[in-house]
Design a binder for this molecule. Structure first.
Ligand SMILES: [Zn+2]
Length: 562
């Protein structure tokens, strides 16, 4: 490919609205452009990389018996009503009406559509197991689209669905899909970790997330040397042993004008955060719920929702907070409260606590759980943090961050039961099919890869995802010898079957070299006047600091060995 005929609009300046490295580099290297908030155009360079990921995913899906299909992105409301998800999905579902006023949504996922297809076409156990998958655009009406394609409103995914006669076969296949996922991310050159995960809006009995490890990742992971790893949303927190309670003075009030956060109150009261009792108010299925959690911990809403068996959970408005606690926001506490409270296990470890005083600008100190208040229940409600005991072996866990690039779910009969997707077993009995589903954020894999593979000068593509393997850079196109050598090498590389980009532009050497680094082609040949006089060109790997001088007649053989 000739650089002069491509469309790679590179940019030197760091775009001001791009927070993460991958977002910045995808814009600067000309992979994507923004059309509207969370909606991106993929330019030729970006699309080439996307297609590389897609090809790897397709091979591995076919390798586990997958059949590729193409499903509609426009999905009728009726199907979503059958599973109750028209309501459950809430505002993230992109909804629209046709000219007859019928409701549709733009696919965020395809469980309903695929289950409908299979229930119409599959009748007998003889047709099972069956795995269907597709590549397609998905939609999510994000409240705050950010990080470029990482949290976009329109994105490119592979979604796969498997149908089985029984639980055992579904679990056997889940393991196959799990292994195929490991192969995919290994082949993409990604550093990743599979972790136990929450199933969220997809539901089902168990699931794993595949996390690309990156400090900028949005997801928190805790992991242990014994092999246990989980999303912090999922990780179980062990019950801390209750400490011996010292002689703590009686509860007394402290004036805390305007101090509504743990940080602000801590400045006045001078107590560590782990001695604070945070009081939070939620609304679960329209009923207010009062929750207590330690000041250094974060509430895990998924755990609270599970415990309450609630369909809906949201933070309470100021009015609901005031009504439930009788105190202004930031000043409610458990001491003397009439509210029914649920506390996280770790609240029990507090020996001399600080809490809201149930009046404006007042907190109380010397609070002891059990002595000064009694919650209705102690439950595991918090997110795991660095140093927490591993739920499997008890050793301290480490915390890291990741980007979710894949997610596998064992759905069981959640969809087949509600949508009546049944088959006839050998005895002629009607049974619900058992399902699994398996997603990969193809566009996210590209961004995750850049988060892991870059330096100050730009992207460093792993060979498997590189848009081109080799870039040939003649430093001066007006120099006849340089131009001739460049064209010869370009032709030879092409006929050797290499994927090569030839920078034939009449640009300054600095511009060409900067662009080559920015777009991250793994192998580079530079043809300059001084070295060419000795019959040599420079060969350099994008990942290396320095290159080597090689006779121009031998450089392609040298690359084949690289
Ligand atoms: Zn462990």
């Amino acid at each position: 490919m000739l650089f002069s005929r491509t469309f790679i609009p590179t940019v030197r300046e760091v775009p001001s609205d791009a927070e993460t490295i991958s977002h910045q580099l995808m814009l600067r290297a000309g992979l994507i452009r923004k059309l509207a908030a969370g909606i991106y155009e993929w330019l030729p360079l970006g699309l080439r990389v996307l297609k590389k990921v897609e090809a790897i995913v397709r091979e591995e899906m076919n390798g586990i018996g997958g059949n590729e299909v193409w499903l509609p992105q426009l999905q009728p409301r009726e199907l979503w009503e059958e599973t109750g998800r028209w309501q459950v999905y809430g505002k993230e579902l992109m909804r629209l009406k046709d000219r007859k006023d019928a409701d549709f949504c733009l696919a965020p996922t395809a469980e309903e559509v695929i289950t409908d297809l299979v229930r119409r076409e599959v009748r007998s156990y003889r047709s099972l197991p069956l795995m269907l998958y597709q590549f397609g655009v998905k939609y999510r009406d994000e409240i705050r689209p950010r990080f470029g394609v990482m949290r976009a409103r329109e994105f490119y995914m592979k979604d796969a669905y498997s149908f089985h006669a029984d639980e055992a076969d579904c679990e056997r296949y889940y393991q196959e899909a799990f292994n195929a996922y490991k192969k995919i991310f290994e082949r993409c050159g990604l550093h990743f970790r599979p972790v136990e995960a929450e199933s969220g809006a997809i539901g089902g009995s168990f699931s794993h997330e595949f996390m690309g490890l990156a400090d900028t990742g949005e997801e928190g992971i805790v992991s242990c040397s014994c092999g246990y790893a989980a999303n912090v949303e999922r990780a179980e927190c062990s019950v801390c042993p209750e400490p011996a309670k010292p002689e703590t003075p009686q509860v007394s009030e402290v004036s805390t004008p305007g101090a509504t956060s743990v940080e602000a109150v801590a400045k006045i009261v001078k107590r560590p955060k782990d001695q604070f009792i945070k009081l939070l108010v939620f609304v679960a299925d329209e009923k207010p719920v009062v929750v207590l959690i330690r000041g250094d911990h974060e509430l895990n809403e998924a755990k609270l929702q599970h415990y309450l068996k609630a369909k809906w959970l949201s933070k309470a408005s100021e009015a609901v907070y005031a009504e439930a606690t009788g105190a202004p926001v930031g000043f409610a506490g458990p001491v003397g409260s009439k509210a029914v409270m649920i506390a996280d296990h770790a609240v029990k470890t507090i020996t001399d606590g600080v809490a809201g005083g149930n009046r404006a600008n007042v907190h109380v100190k010397h609070v002891v759980p059990g002595r000064d208040f009694q919650p209705a229940a102690y439950v595991d409600l918090r997110k795991a943090i660095e140093g927490d005991a591993c739920p499997r072996c008890g050793k301290a866990m480490t915390y890291s961050r990741g980007i979710e690039v894949g997610h596998t779910f064992k759905l069981g009969t959640k969809y087949s039961s509600s949508m009546n997707a049944t088959y006839l077993d050998p005895q002629g009995g009607s049974k619900p099919m058992v399902m699994g589903c398996y997603g990969i954020g193809v566009s996210r894999v590209v961004a995750a890869c850049i988060e892991q593979c870059h330096d100050d000068n730009g992207i460093i593509w792993p060979q498997a995802l590189a848009p081109w393997q080799l870039i040939i850079v003649p430093l001066n196109m007006t120099h006849p010898e340089i131009k001739k050598t460049g064209e010869q090498l370009y032709e030879q590389a092409k006929s050797a079957g290499m994927d090569v980009l030839y920078d034939d532009r009449n640009e300054r050497p600095g511009v060409k070299l900067k662009d080559a680094d920015l777009i991250g082609i793994p192998l580079r040949i530079v043809i300059g006047e001084r070295k060419l006089a000795e019959g040599k060109v420079e060969f350099k790997r994008r990942s290396d600091k320095t290159g080597e001088d090689v006779p121009s007649t031998e450089v392609l053989q040298r690359i084949n060995k690289a």
